[in-house]
Design a protein around this ligand. Structure first.
Ligand SMILES: Cc1ncc(C[n+]2csc(CCOP(=O)(O)OP(=O)(O)O)c2C)c(N)n1
Length: 624
């Protein structure tokens, strides 16, 4: 019988021998590979922490002890071991398990995560609360070397070193963020992981022993134990030790015995310790180990050859964004492409490859990136930022305080804007319109297709203002790309279809779904709609909207995001400010609720944002 069959809760692990734990580790890897090959998901990070997770559950007792997974994308083994083995094939599917820890899903998940670097701050707060109540349990945040570079993690370390709560921080160091980790902290961890501080210490000690006349050479031989002890003590990890967090490591993250031994020891301290655990991303599946970046957030694939199962040849908006920036850099070396740890995801890796000097990956540091961009802009260069809508949320203060108030020219590609499939609530890009639209002096655009996206990036750079361009995570429409870039008329929308029965103001690629709905409404119900490709959410084409109101006072707004406070509200505010009477508005968008896990298409259908939903909603609205 497979060992995994005997494990239904973390308690079952406690009885297993190390031999069986090692067998279990192989079985879990096989299961995770099968699950991700079928559903897509985070493969390389999950394969990297199988042994670490087994060791953690062997040593600690969840749910009493709190395991906190930073980012949370590496939680599959944790889910398998904490009673969710039988539903693991539902992960990332509608109604299934969330691909990240979720406190509503299991008592073993002590924190919802998805955005990086939050674990240490939460652990710190939870430890204060625990200690006030004099409770004995352990709090164990597990943070990657990538997430450790995030500002909030460093702010937490700074405070933890001061407050000195009892905490066991596990630093899972695999040298990788999604791409290879960047920056000084990563280099420092590599230095620690290589054992070089110890080797250096050993060399110095041995030369001191040798210099002692007579007995020196004997001391060198017998000093191994002392040196070994010294290795465990203060020499490595000075950065952490000096902050007030005891460094322990490096520890082989694939050696269960060593892991269990070190975790058991860590339980004895009554102050914060950091265990530096070294793991390999993708371990156990060669294609993922060889190419951890592609298998970070993986599409379904063929297990035999590691090839992704492709769905069509249309380029993504990210690809077109990166390609456009690359073409523009070829013409103008003042352009600087910036990303916070997402070179591939944003498409800006294309710039990195050809113009490494015009590209910066700043690590998981969205706030820093906007201030860095501000500095670049003040210095007379042209920053172009690629960022996911969901991660932009973290830098809204920098956008307002450091970019908008100084009216700094910058172009921001907001990727994954709108509904995002698979990842669930933490990754939805549904708030950017409502967050950005009240900000004075900004330009906010949304292309209806990939051809328009390239013109928007070009136009954005010409405008010399803070410009934001939002586009979704879905393949482009497949339209032909114009060879030459062109400047889009500032603040002007595009009329796609004319009719007298209602005005549809559609944002982004939803324009095409609205067009399809309009054709069907005309064919089946003789309802004749005007369809507008909004293009500029800000500044709004007020002139056109006011003009169109002469034809019809039935307005339908369609946006891929929350409509409450979003584009729909903006249109309504215009109508109110102009004291227009007798209009009615149908707002199609995401309502004010937490958007869970499903595919993008399923979610679009749920919120009536697919062609059929738009058709039905408008049909009902105009019939009322
Ligand atoms: C604030 C934020 N920015 C970017 C991301 C996208 N992201 C997800 S995982 C990841 C890499 C994390 O690296 P690390 O913490 O070392 O974990 P690993 O995947 O290597 O196990 C990034 C950049 C994120 N989740 N949150």
């Amino acid at each position: 019988m497979a060992v995994l069959e005997q494990v239904n809760s973390p308690q079952d692990l406690k009885k297993l021998s190390f031999k069986n734990l090692n067998i279990l580790s192989g079985e879990i890897r096989d299961l995770i590979i099968k699950v991700v090959a079928q559903n897509g998901g985070h493969l390389s990070s999950n394969l990297g922490v199988v042994d670490l997770t087994i060791a953690l559950h062997k040593v600690f007792d969840t749910p009493e002890d709190k395991l906190i997974w930073d980012v949370g994308h590496q939680c599959y083994t944790h889910k398998i071991l904490t009673g969710r083995k039988d539903s693991i094939f539902t992960i990332r599917k509608k109604g299934g398990l969330v691909g990240f820890p979720d406190i509503f899903e299991s008592e073993h998940d002590s924190l919802n995560t998805g955005h990086a670097s939050t674990s240490l701050a939460f652990a710190s707060g939870m430890a204060i609360a625990r200690d006030r109540e004099e409770k004995p349990f352990h709090i164990v945040p597990v943070i990657g070397d990538g997430a450790l570079t995030g500002g909030v993690a460093l702010e937490a370390l700074n405070h933890i070193g001061q407050v000195k709560q009892r905490l066991i921080i596990v630093l899972n160091d695999n040298k990788m963020s999604i791409s290879p980790n960047v920056g000084g902290i990563g280099k420092y961890l590599n230095y620690l992981a290589s054992g070089r501080p110890y080797i250096r210490f050993k060399e110095v000690m041995q030369s001191i022993f040798k210099a002692i006349p007579g007995i020196g050479k004997y001391l060198v031989v017998s000093s191994r134990k002392i040196l070994d002890l010294a290795r465990r003590m203060t020499v490595p990890g000075t950065f952490f030790n000096d902050l007030g967090v005891k460094y322990i490591g490096p520890i082989n993250g694939h050696d269960l015995k060593e892991l269990v031994k070190e975790l058991e020891k860590a339980k004895r301290y009554d102050f914060p310790v950091l265990l530096h655990v070294v793991t390999r991303k993708g371990k156990g599946y060669k294609p993922a180990a060889d190419n951890p970046t592609s298998f970070h957030s993986s599409a379904p694939f063929d297990i035999q050859n590691g090839k992704f199962l492709k769905s069509g040849n249309k380029p993504s908006y990210s690809k077109i964004f990166g390609r456009t920036v690359l073409r523009l850099v070829r013409e103008d070396r003042k352009i600087m492409a910036l990303t916070a740890a997402m070179p591939e995801g944003t498409g800006l890796d294309q710039v990195q490859e050809e113009f490494p000097k015009n590209f910066y990956d700043v690590g998981i540091a969205e706030q820093y990136m906007f201030d860095f961009a501000g500095g670049i802009s003040l210095g007379g260069m042209k920053p172009v930022v690629g960022i996911y809508s969901t991660f932009l949320q973290r830098a809204v203060d920098q956008v307002i305080h450091d970019i908008i108030l100084m009216k700094l020219p910058i172009v921001v590609g907001i990727d994954r804007a709108g509904i995002v499939g698979g990842d669930g609530s933490t990754h939805q890009g549904i708030y950017d319109i409502s967050l950005l639209r009240p900000l004075p002096g900004i330009v906010l655009m949304a292309p209806k297709d990939e051809n328009e996206l390239q013109h928007m990036v070009y136009t954005g750079l010409k405008l010399k203002k803070p410009v934001f361009i939002r586009y979704p995570k879905e393949p482009g429409i497949g339209v032909e790309l114009d060879k030459e870039f062109k400047e889009l008329p500032f603040g002007k929308s595009e009329v796609m279809r004319e009719g007298n029965d209602g005005i549809v103001l559609a944002v982004g690629p939803l324009v095409y779904r609205a067009l399809a709905a309009a054709e069907k409404l005309f064919a089946e119900k003789k309802i004749d709609l005007t369809i507008i490709n909004v293009r500029y959410i800000k500044p709004l084409d007020r002139e056109l909207i006011l003009q169109l109101l002469k034809k019809s006072k039935a307005i339908i707004t369609i946006e891929d995001g929350i409509w409450n406070g979003g584009f729909s509200s903006k249109v309504r505010e215009l109508l109110i400010s102009k004291r227009i009477k007798g209009y009615k508005v149908l707002p199609l968008g995401v309502p004010e609720e937490i958007v869970g896990v499903a595919t993008r298409d399923e979610l679009l259908a749920k919120y009536h944002l697919d062609a059929d939903g738009i058709y039905e909603e408008i049909g009902k609205f105009l019939a009322d």
